[in-house]
Design a protein around this ligand. Structure first.
Ligand code: GRF
Length: 216
């Protein structure tokens, strides 16, 4: 046998093909500091089955854009006009073969065409236990001030599917933390953010594992 004369099957080509066929791709929509976005990027960096491909922001100066660039993730800046009066974002999402959209500190209401296209594939994280303390204007420290004012014994996080209304989509996951009377809104914010960082990426991974690719 002359081994050096045998035709070798190019296994690398097979691997590459599988990679492009089966990797599930994530887009993150974030407009704030992006601490959740960073956690998500770090989480999936270790896993070849998933890839964070695109970061979308409505603020050209959002710090989260630097984080994306440092990690080789494509970025897209949204204007209101582009988001609400065109469907161009769909083209970008399709180009990057996006299977799941994770909102992480994205405050604009998602227009119906996008909700429809990504039905069951777009989630948001809210820093309270919905259905309480949600809705328009309920974001950031306003949420924790309302929680404090209500004198409740616990707060937490809600990961939910996105529909056409603020914070109204069906709930996928919740985790809670006990509060004490001495907690300030800032203390509550810290406790809640810790829960977000711990749970968001694993919940996204679980969801992605359970859904097929959007275009296969
Ligand atoms: C988080 O509290 C999230 O629940 C809310 O916006 C905040 C984003 O924080 N939707 P960060 O930008 O990820 O630090």
């Amino acid at each position: 046998m002359h081994h050096h004369n045998e035709i070798k099957i190019p296994t690398f080509a097979v691997t590459l093909q599988c990679k492009y066929t089966y990797v599930k791709n994530i887009a993150i929509f974030a407009s704030g500091t992006g601490s959740n976005a960073r956690k998500i990027v770090e989480h999936f960096a270790e896993n070849p089955d998933f890839s964070v491909k695109l970061l979308v922001s409505n603020r050209a100066d959002a710090p989260v854009l630097d984080m994306a660039a440092e990690n080789g993730i494509a970025t897209l800046i949204l204007s209101r006009k582009l988001f609400y009066e065109s469907e161009e974002i769909l083209t970008a999402l399709q180009q990057h073969d996006i299977d799941l959209i994770a909102l992480a500190g994205f405050l604009w209401l998602v227009p119906p065409y996008l909700v429809k296209t990504y039905k069951g594939r777009m989630v948001n994280i809210h820093p309270a236990l919905l259905p309480d303390f949600g809705g328009k204007g309920m974001h950031g420290i306003h949420v924790h001030e309302a929680v404090k004012a209500a004198g409740v014994e616990k707060s937490g996080i809600t990961i939910h599917f996105v529909n056409e209304q603020y914070d109204k989509g069906s709930i996928l996951f919740q985790a809670s933390c006990p509060l004490s009377e001495a907690d300030t809104p800032q203390d509550i914010a810290r406790k809640v953010l810790q829960l977000e960082h711990r749970h968001y990426a694993p919940v996204l991974e679980q969801l992605l594992t359970n859904i097929p690719k959007l275009h296969s």
